[in-house]
Write a protein that binds this ligand. Sequence first.
Ligand SMILES: Cc1ncc(COP(=O)(O)O)c(C=O)c1O
Length: 433
Amino acid sequence: MTDSKEIQFSKKRTWSHDLPISYLMQQGVENPGVLSLAAGLVDQNSLPVSITKSAFDSLFSDPGSARESLQYGTTAGSLSLRKLLLTHLTNLEQKSAEELGMTVDNFIVTTGSQQYLSLLGEVLLDPGDICLVAAPTYFVFLGVLQGLGARIISVETDESGMRMDSLDATLESLEAQGQLNRVKLIYLVSDYENPSGISLSIERRKQVVEVAQKWSKQHRIHILEDLAYRELCYDGPVLPSIRSFDQTGETVILTQTFSKSFAPGLRVGFGVASKRVCEAISDKKGNDDFGSTNMSQHILANALRENLYYDHVEYLRSVYREKRDCMLDAAEMYFSKLKDVHWIHPGGGLYVWMTLPDSIETGFQSSLFQKAIHEDKVMYVPGELCYAYDHWLGCNEQPAIQKNHMRLTFGVQNTQGIQEGMKRLANAVKSYL
Ligand SMILES: Cc1ncc(COP(=O)(O)O)c(C=O)c1O
């Protein structure tokens, strides 16, 4: 006998449903033989097996350190790891901790940077509060915002990232509508954005801090800078963060991860924020899990301390550079003769953003997606998932959701798989031109 009494889920539950990520994973499982240019996994073969083993062996060669890693940790994360993170960040920024205005107390270690994004959303956003995002942007964070009942408003983007004139104009218009007091966050993936591969120009990194400060009239409008792909740069040096232009450290909250540059299985990410924001995140995290996996933190600390991490990142850059070039070459080979098809050459990250003619839709229900998956046996992420929809207004204002893009990743497949996947995809697209 089943008891069919109604379940009264919380409002929050009803704001998170039909997640596109679950649909994508399901399609992958239900359609074996499909070459995925969609999955956001990292390259399997270059995962740091021997480095992790030697970090683990070194940790367990001493019963004291072994026991420490097997014990609960602290909510903010291991102090020795946070000290190493501070050094890591100052090296990336090429500025001292004093110049950046940060100490270990500004750092919180989280279970991937995804947890930091989610905790921050929880402590800053009430239902109806506003977060401004780039169009397009990281669709999993759009889901987090939606799950919190936040209003998500898109800001126009060009080849240098979010447009500052559009951001300023959006804030001006929100003030005119009496909504400025609801604006809490500006979310930016400054390096090699997921999905577009675009980086915010250095000039705009400075400007966005000024814009956020200018519009922080009654309360602070924070910038949430997501640097997930920061270290996966293939054509030049690591770029200075938006945070490095915020001398007080009060406006920008930065988050980074070791998922892309080391191993997502360790689930180690971190964030840097002002003391007041850290306190709020720490209180929320205390309720959620009172600390991320201690063992992972010790392993990562060991890899950082012994410089094994840095050699690995160098190696990874060469692996991904080759795969990125392979995807771009394949795009040239199979798509360059197709009218009105173009794509962005990313300087880093894991994605190539491809645009089809306006008339070709790429969404889950589109005939292109269905043909690609069932006949051509290839999968991509529909670009429309990466555009915000304003659930509060029941529509999306400008910029409109664009339905003719595909996010392609060169992370998972080897070069043969990338070539074959691109060939299959071009085949699918051709039948709609
Ligand atoms: C832009 C961006 N931010 C954050 C994350 C979260 O990664 P993790 O939780 O593994 O650190 C991802 C993962 O794909 C991402 O693409």
